[in-house]
Ligand binder design. Structure first.
Ligand code: ADP
Length: 484
């Protein structure tokens, strides 16, 4: 019999996306469906989500969901089932899902996502007629608090098994203790076994503590978050859960990311016809106003943050250009990093070009036209851009951490000898390591045969959802058996 899973996420493509979470939550239903899993995704009713809904039906109403009226809409989109929490006082706002137009976090984020969690727990408890689920899969801190409601203030009915997936330990939903009375949880929830965390309220912490199983998005990251550098204060809680914390690598949506049919490209291609990539390279050069050249075209598509190591990138631009490379970068984030990158681009105006913004179609073209994609992350739970790079023959040059370590095979002597290398890895995220990795990449690029092998090896990798979809389905099945 099909297992019915309620997936609870703050983002899911194609309805709302600010980062990798959306890619994963959007791809998961189709990934698990062949394994007998029926997934429905619960999203907050951000204006862009509501606007994209077609023939939505109201299936439930709250007069008072943490103090505000709300209703639940049901709709299909692209063959997937969505439930959307339409609570205008919480979600109908300009700006991003998490911050005001000026970039400051919404001051009532704790209440907005507590309401989201409360609604998820009500659904899990059977509050909505005709909607029964066997298991709840929560994503990140915005959904994690649902399990606290399920445990300490359940709607009714039997307790459903729960899985929490951590997409990034850096975002924990940590708030001051003063918000606790507003959560509508009983006093018993205020404990180390509940939502209390370092004297405040920890949404993600509560999820890690209380979910039946915790996953994160790569095996290496699952090991790393047990130590302080990556656990960011929650390493103890993670370690306490022992083997209930495990890593399942994200997949990529190969319907969206397939260079042989991708409509965003200047020319489609396969691993057997890599020469066709040059039309895409020209298109990227034109788009970014870069001069041609016989060295590699590096690309970067990234949030411009410390996590992503983007503060180190401006330091290596002279080295990159001096060795014959060029760089096209698409991203946005920290103002100081943007400024430093602009300064570098001004010094090398025909060879380094920066586009501040978010542009999905351009990101596809860059993967198809770039020779190598840079991923110098200080930590990386899984990372998707290196996976897209592998699929598109855009060789990843990445730090050896988290999912980057798990998915790229460094072109060291052994891997080159065996013909299995797919990219370049480096250890520390600092000037010397990155500069040396860029140097190694440029040398490999100049050896045409070696480079083609790297590209083809990458394109032959299967990072589709098939394996990970099966792994999640297994997990759901085990948990729902345990819950019987
Ligand atoms: P994170 O979720 O930590 O930002 P990931 O590598 O897991 O990093 O996922 C980032 C996703 O967002 C990828 O799909 C990437 O292509 C996309 N992305 C990041 N920045 C941009 C941008 N400026 N324009 C278009 N797509 C972007």
């Amino acid at each position: 019999m099909a297992i019915k899973v309620l997936s609870v996420a703050s983002e899911a493509v194609p309805l709302i996306k600010t980062g990798g979470l959306a890619d994963v939550a959007g791809a998961l239903p189709a990934a698990v469906e062949p394994h007998g899993i029926e997934m429905t995704t619960l999203l907050p009713g951000y204006p862009t989500v509501i606007a994209k809904l077609n023939r939505a039906r109201e299936v439930h109403k709250w007069d008072n969901l943490l103090g505000e009226p709300a209703r639940l809409l049901s709709a299909k989109h692209g063959g997937q089932s969505f439930l959307v929490l339409d609570a205008p006082n919480f979600f109908t706002r300009d700006g991003s899902p998490y911050s005001e137009p000026n970039g400051k976090d919404w001051g009532d984020n704790w209440r907005r996502f507590a309401a989201f969690g409360r609604a998820a727990a009500d659904l899990a408890g059977g509050a909505v007629k005709g909607r029964r689920f066997d298991l709840v899969h929560l994503h990140d801190w915005q959904a994690a608090i649902a399990v606290a409601y399920m445990r300490f203030a359940p709607f009714a009915g039997r307790a459903l098994p729960s899985v929490l997936t951590i997409h990034n330990m850096a975002f924990q939903g940590y708030f001051s203790a003063s918000v606790f009375p507003g959560l509508g949880l009983p006093r018993t929830a205020w404990s180390i076994e509940g939502v209390e965390s370092y004297g405040g309220v920890g949404f993600l912490k509560a999820g890690i503590q209380l979910a039946d199983l915790v996953t994160t998005v790569s095996p290496s990251y699952a090991a790393e978050i047990r130590i302080p550098e990556f656990g960011m204060g929650l390493e103890g809680v993670v370690a306490n859960r022992g083997d209930r914390v495990l890593g399942i690598l994200n997949g990529i949506d190969t319907r969206e990311w397939d260079p042989s049919v991708d409509p965003a490209l200047a020319a489609n291609y396969t691993a057997r016809a890599l020469g066709k990539r040059s039309a895409n390279k020209r298109a990227v050069e034109r788009e970014f106003g870069l001069e041609g050249g016989d060295g590699p075209l590096f690309v970067a598509i990234s949030r411009l943050t410390w996590q992503k190591g983007m503060d180190v990138l401006p330091e290596v631009l002279d080295h990159l250009v001096g060795n014959g490379g060029r760089l096209a970068l698409l991203g946005s984030g920290d103002a100081a990093i943007e400024q430093a990158l602009h300064a570098g681009a001004a010094r090398h105006h025909d060879r380094v070009s920066i586009r501040i913004g978010y542009d999905e179609a351009l990101s596809h073209l860059m993967q198809a036209g770039g020779d190598a994609i840079l991923g110098p992350s200080r930590f990386e739970p899984c990372g998707l851009t290196q996976l897209y790079g592998l699929a598109y023959g855009c060789v990843p040059v990445v730090a050896r951490t988290g999912g980057l370590a798990d998915t790229v095979i460094d072109a060291n002597v052994a891997a080159l000898g065996q013909g299995v290398a797919t990219g370049v890895q480096f250890g520390r995220v600092d000037y010397h390591s990155l500069a040396s990795a860029i140097g190694r990449t440029i040398a490999l690029y100049r050896d045409e045969r070696a480079w083609r092998t790297l590209q083809r090896n990458g394109m032959a990798c299967d990072f589709s959802w098939s394996r990970s979809g099966a792994a999640y389905a297994d997990l759901y099945r085990k948990l729902s058996d345990e819950g019987r």
